[in-house]
Structure formats: C-alpha cells, structure tokens
Ligand binder design. Structure first.
Ligand code: BGC
Length: 266
C-alpha cells in the first residue's frame, strides 16, 4: 500500500510537541503541505517547520489558542492564505490539569474542557465550512475533506483524579460521531484516534523507572507506545487508503482498553 498525500494541505493543532509534532512530520513525509499550529511554544514549532522545508516539504508554523473563536478563525484564514486549500484537519491540541475532584477548581475544569473539547468543536466547525466551499478536489482525494479528532483511551476508561480530562475525551467521542453522522453524506470523513500511554513529554514522569513498570501492568502488549505509532495512523486515516472508514475511533493503546486487570480476575 502506497500512501501519498501530495497536493493536500493539512492543519495540525498542538503541533509543537508530542503527538501533534509527530503527526505533522509524518503527514509532511507523505507529501502534504502542513500548517503547524502552536499555542505558546513558537520555537519548537518553527524548528519543525524549518526541518520539513529543508527536507523538501512545505510547512509553516502559526500561533493560535484553539479555545478562542477569533484565534481559530484567524488560524484557518492564514492557512488558506498560505496554501490555498485545506484537506485535512488533525484536531490534536490537548492538555491536562489534574486534581482530585474535591480540589478541582472551576479554572482547571474550564481550561481542560475549553482546549480539549471546545477547541475541537471550533476547529472542526471552521474546517467543515471550508470543506463545504471546496467540495471534492478531483485527482487529490476521494473525500471532500478529512478530520481526525485526537481523543484518548479515557473516552472509555474512567480516570480518577483526571475527571476534567476524561470528561473532555468522552465528549470528543460523541462530538466526532455526531459530526460524522451529520456530514458524511457530503463526502467528508471524520474519525478519531484514542491513544493509550505514549512516550511523549507530557508523560515523561510515568514512562520511566518504577512508574513505567507500574504503567506496563496496564498494557498487555508490553510496551509504552511511541509517537509514531499514532502518527502512522493519522497518515492512514487522512489518506484514501481508509476511504471507507467513517465515524470510527481507532484505539492505539497496546491493549490498555481491554481491561487487562480482569485477566484471571473478576
Ligand atoms: C494521557 C496519558 C495517559 C494515557 C493512559 C492519555 O490520554 O494523556 O497521560 O498516560 O492516557 O492513561
């Protein structure tokens, strides 16, 4: 299977690090022009854009807070100014503000819901408006646009001490599926990815030493995931190789969502 995203334009939110950066790099390697959105980390986003441009790809880095409507409007307008089209949105920006529920502040709750859920709504809404205007681009893709919502195993697995995060990801699942139900007849493909524990900066504390050993008990496949495990799936879901995949969530978690604690138990 040969995947090419040549002539396509992808916007990746939260692309300055972690899964967003890996996804942007992989989309560029598959031939897409890539917009790397970042919130506050301009330097690594620009460095990745430079790396992609130097290796023959096309990329720009653009600032924007996905939880703010005006920022999102500007981000997508700048994307069209730079590359003329939008074919792929990877709604990836996400963060955690952990606290026991009795200690969780409204600010912690609102910040996480604002970025992880409202941010995905705002970005998808703007992308859908663009896809509707563009329609199918013959010879470029079978679909009139693709959206990939970055979720988490915690759209399924409750997570004590992280109720804002789990609630946001549960919301992402229904947002993704409802969008897909609403617009698939327009040949727009919307899917989600639910990663488990992936070795990224946000997870550094739990993916080394004793904490990693404890984490591995939750992963039947026996290893922590790498960012490319997710990025490869992003490229596939963005491509016509997955043209019949609509409204699905792909779990990329080494089996974490299989409730491995129940093996020989329960
Ligand atoms: C979180 C990680 C966590 C993983 C599995 C992800 O969504 O971002 O911090 O390790 O879920 O619990």
């Amino acid at each position: 299977m040969q995947i090419s995203l040549a002539q396509q334009v992808a916007l990746v939110t939260g692309a300055s690090s972690g899964l967003g950066a890996a996804s942007a790099r992989a989309l560029a390697a598959a031939g897409a022009a890539v917009v790397l959105n970042y919130h506050s980390q301009a330097a690594p986003a620009q460095a990745l854009a430079d790396e992609i441009n130097q290796s023959g790809g096309r990329a720009i880095a653009l600032a924007g807070d996905v939880s703010k409507e005006a920022d999102v409007e500007q981000l997508f307008a700048q994307t069209l100014d730079a590359f003329g089209y939008l074919d792929i949105l990877v709604a990836n920006s996400g963060l955690q503000k952990d606290a026991a529920v009795v200690d969780m502040t409204l600010e912690q709750w609102n910040t996480v819901i604002g970025v992880n859920l409202t941010g995905q709504f705002l970005c998808a809404r703007t992308a859908l408006r663009i896809f509707n205007r563009q329609g199918i681009r013959p010879g470029v893709s079978c679909a009139a646009g693709k959206i990939i919502h970055m979720s988490s195993v915690h759209q399924l697995i409750p997570w004590a001490g992280h109720v804002n995060y789990a609630a946001s990801k549960g919301g992402v699942e229904m947002l993704m599926r409802s969008f897909a139900q609403e617009v698939s007849h327009q040949k727009i493909r919307i899917n989600g990815i639910a990663p488990g524990a992936i070795r990224t900066a946000i997870n550094r504390d739990v993916t080394q030493g004793e904490a990693e050993q404890a984490l591995l008990k939750l992963i039947p496949y026996g290893r922590v995931g790498e960012a490319d495990d997710v990025a490869n799936a992003v490229v596939w879901l963005a491509s016509d190789a997955s043209d019949y995949v609509v409204g699905s969530t792909l779990f990329i978690d080494g089996g974490m969502s299989l409730y491995p604690e129940f093996r020989g138990n329960g």
